[in-house]
Design a protein around this ligand. Structure first.
Ligand code: SF4
Length: 69
C-alpha cells in the first residue's frame, strides 16, 4: 500500500513514529522520513498513525491517488 506524507503539513509531532516505527522515523528535530511503500504487516499501524496525526498529514492508498490528480 502506498502512502504519502504531506511534509508541508507535518509538524514533527512524532505520533506516527511511536505508532509505526518501522515506517516512520524522525532522525532529526524536523525532517520526517518514511517508507512510501508500506508492507501489509505494517498497514494497521500506519492506519492508526494516520488517525493519530494531529494535522492529518498522512495519506493512504486511494487518498494518495486522489491527491496526485
Ligand atoms: S504524526 Fe503527523 S505531524 Fe507528526 S510526525 Fe507524523 S506525519 Fe508529522
Amino acid at each position: 500500500m502506498q502512502i504519502v506524507v504531506d511534509l508541508t503539513r507535518c509538524q514533527a509531532y512524532a505520533q506516527c513514529v511511536f505508532l509505526a516505527p518501522e515506517v516512520f522515523r524522525l532522525p532529526g528535530e524536523e525532517a520526517l522520513l518514511y517508507r512510501p511503500d508500506v508492507p501489509d504487516d505494517q498497514l494497521e499501524r500506519v492506519r492508526q498513525a494516520a488517525a493519530a496525526c494531529p494535522v492529518q498529514a498522512i495519506l493512504i492508498g486511494e487518498a494518495v491517488r486522489a491527491d496526485a490528480r
